[in-house]
Every structure is written in structure tokens, then in C-alpha cells.
Design a protein around this ligand. Structure first.
Ligand code: ADP
Ligand code: NI
Length: 214
């Protein structure tokens, strides 16, 4: 298969899996992340095909969408083998998608430029106006409250507990979203993160002004 055929077959595979997900991982999240990744990859002179493939597949193996993380990883590998992607590319793609999540609070750093790019793209889609929308959508899907004055954000999250614990949507800004700006890997990622970060800051300020009737 040619590269453009591999991409379009992968798009169809991912769309089938994610089109009706309501927890913030729907097809359009994948589409946006892929677009951002391709843009940064062009600027950084990175391997655009690798960035595009890893971005398309980055949430398919997510433990939230599979019985186990291992099952999800096997699903992606089996798919890539079934369409005869080069072994070398398969291992590069798998390396990126298995190491890029925020669970470890950004540690350890990504090993390759392409990994850094896809990680930046995924993080950018968790920020700004779209990031705010995704946070409330995800929170609702987990039956979390919008805000509760007695439920405080925690400073350091145990990666194991990160997804299991019940918090609030507003806490998520402090626990993750406000940290993302300083975790960006690429110059373009850093630049794009600035305005998205500021927009979230302004949003939270207005939220609390309304809450306090100021
Ligand atoms: P991704 O890897 O695509 O960023 P995540 O699974 O980490 O996806 O999260 C999906 C979306 O839900 C993101 O926008 C993220 O910021 C948000 N989110 C993740 N965990 C929480 C949480 N505990 N409370 C509220 N929003 C969350
Ligand atoms: Ni994602």
C-alpha cells in the first residue's frame, strides 16, 4: 500500500472505533490532533507520515476504551500488520502511542521528535476553548460535578489513581490543564499553547467571579 492509502485506511479504522465516543475522544479530537501534528511536523522538518499515523492511532489503545491497555495495544499492532505497514514504522508508531499520555505528569520525556510533536498536538487539544469543552464533556461522562468548594485539587497525582478518583471539572484545570503550557516540547507547540493557556485562565477567573457574585 502507498502511504496515502495507509493513511485513508487508518482513518476509516479509527473512525469506526471512535465516532460515537462521548468522553472527549471522538473522531473529531483525533482529526484536530492529526492536523496540529502535521502542521508542527512540517515546521520541524519531521517525518510527517509517522506523526500522522501516530496521531490517528494515539487514543485507540487508551485503557478507557478497552478491556485492558494490553488488549488495546494488540488491536493497534494487529491492524498495522493487517495492512502491511513496515515493521520499522510499526515499532516507531507503537513507541509513540504507548508513551505519550499525561498519566506520568509528563515524565519521562518523549524519545523522538515525532513523539514530541504528537504529544504537543494532543496536549494542545486539551487546552483553550476546545479543551474547556472536552473537560466538561469528560467530567459529565464520569458523573463528576462542575465544581464543589470542599473538593480541593490535589497537587501531585499518583498516576495509578489519576483516572480512578472522582474530582470536579474545575479541579482538572489545576491538576492538569494549567500545567500543560510548560510541558510543551516544540517551539510551535509552545507558541500555540500561550493563547490557549491565557484563555483558560480568563475563563476560570470569570467562573469564580460569577460564583462569588462579584
Ligand atoms: P487525551 O489523551 O486525548 O488528552 P484524556 O483521556 O487524558 O485524553 O482526556 C480526555 C479529555 O478529558 C481531555 O480534554 C482531558 O483534559 C479531559 N479529562 C481527563 N481527565 C479528566 C478528569 N479527571 N476530569 C475532567 N476532565 C478530564
Ligand atoms: Ni487524545
Amino acid at each position: 500500500m502507498k502511504k496515502n492509502e495507509i493513511i485513508s485506511t487508518t482513518e476509516k479504522f479509527v473512525y469506526e472505533q471512535l465516532h460515537d465516543d462521548a468522553s472527549g475522544h471522538d473522531w473529531w479530537h483525533i482529526h484536530r490532533v492529526t492536523n496540529i501534528a502535521k502542521n508542527i511536523a512540517a515546521k520541524e522538518k519531521a517525518d510527517i507520515f509517522l506523526c500522522e499515523m501516530a496521531a490517528l492511532l494515539h487514543d485507540i489503545a487508551d485503557e478507557k476504551l478497552n478491556i485492558s491497555e494490553e488488549e488495546g495495544i494488540n488491536k493497534v499492532r494487529d491492524f498495522l500488520l493487517s495492512i502491511n505497514v513496515d515493521e520499522e514504522y510499526i515499532s516507531k508508531i507503537m513507541e509513540i502511542i504507548t508513551t505519550m499520555s499525561f498519566k506520568g505528569g509528563g515524565q519521562p520525556p518523549m524519545k523522538t521528535l515525532e513523539g514530541m510533536i504528537v504529544q504537543d498536538a494532543d496536549r494542545l487539544d486539551a487546552m483553550g476553548a476546545i479543551g474547556i469543552a472536552r473537560t466538561f464533556a469528560y467530567s459529565g461522562s464520569k458523573n463528576q460535578l462542575i465544581y464543589h468548594p470542599d473538593i480541593k485539587p490535589v497537587e501531585k497525582l499518583d498516576p495509578e489513581q489519576y483516572r480512578k478518583r472522582k474530582s470536579t471539572a474545575i479541579n482538572h484545570f489545576y491538576e492538569k490543564l494549567f500545567k500543560l503550557k510548560d510541558l510543551m516540547n516544540t517551539e510551535m507547540g509552545k507558541k500555540m499553547a500561550e493563547s490557549r493557556h491565557q484563555y483558560m485562565k480568563d475563563y476560570i477567573e470569570t467562573f469564580f467571579n460569577e460564583w462569588e457574585l462579584e
